[in-house]
Design a protein around this ligand. Structure first.
Ligand code: HEC
Ligand code: HEC
Ligand code: HEC
Length: 143
């Protein structure tokens, strides 16, 4: 194990490839601390081991799509967006589900299985930050 200058696991989950933080230990990582330094293929395509094995053996595809790996193009738009949202949708609060870690999210699965992202509705956020109106005023203005 190794101490990575107090890099919180939460930052590493968005800013590196495959970090290996020790759960609930600040700045402590397994060796090697990062299986990939930069954000890499598996951050968007999920683990690729099955895919590599199948293709190296020259196995033919079973159906129309290659189901040994996640291609965001074959997902529903929401599940595809969830991949990007896992790092880009900050919201006002991000809350891990009980017993989950940031690194538990797998592309192709709903982000909400791992993590919930909370934001106030758009109107109220707009009002609070930019205008001296309350959300109620804005609702009242709607035709
Ligand atoms: C939810 C994912 C997420 C988390 C958690 C996160 N970041 Fe980021 N961070 C991003 C993204 C995405 C950007 C790029 C934003 C952009 O360019 O619009 C960014 C940008 C940055 C930048 C600016 C990089 C530049 O080129 O200007 C720094 C520095 C940074 N983050 C440090 C941190 C640190 C330190 C932590 C932990 C305390 C952290 N981040 C946590 C997603 C995250
Ligand atoms: C930031 C997310 C992201 C990363 C990182 C990423 N991809 Fe992708 N990849 C996508 C998305 C989204 C698509 C589907 C978009 C499309 O096909 O137009 C895709 C599609 C693909 C496809 C299918 C293209 C096709 O014509 O059907 C291949 C192959 C692929 N990626 C390989 C890789 C490899 C190899 C890496 C690492 C070197 C990588 N990707 C890294 C997001 C990513
Ligand atoms: C593992 C986390 C992660 C995932 C997944 C991810 N991103 Fe990013 N992305 C980042 C970080 C971190 C940065 C900022 C890098 C920096 O500034 O050095 C970034 C940068 C970007 C930028 C450049 C922003 C700028 O201001 O220059 C775009 C565009 C982008 N990502 C789009 C996407 C899309 C689209 C997807 C989904 C297909 C995606 N990202 C998935 C973490 C992620």
């Amino acid at each position: 194990m190794v101490l990575v200058a107090q890099l919180p696991a939460v930052c590493a989950a968005c800013h590196s490839g495959r970090p290996q933080p020790v759960p609930d230990r600040k700045g402590l990582y397994r060796q090697p601390p990062f299986r990939e330094l930069g954000i890499g293929c598996e951050n968007c395509h999920a683990p690729g081991q099955l895919h590599v094995q199948a293709r190296l053996k020259g196995k033919p595809l079973r159906g129309k799509i290659d189901n040994t790996i996640v291609n965001p193009d074959d997902l529903s738009p929401w599940l595809a967006d969830n991949i990007c949202m896992s790092c880009h949708e900050e919201g006002d609060a991000r809350v891990l589900r009980s017993g989950k870690r940031y690194t538990d999210f797998r592309p192709g699965t709903p982000l909400s299985n791992t993590l919930l992202v909370f934001s106030p509705p758009r109107e109220s956020r707009f009002c609070r930050r930019r205008l001296p109106w309350t959300p109620t005023t804005l609702l009242a203005m709607k035709p």
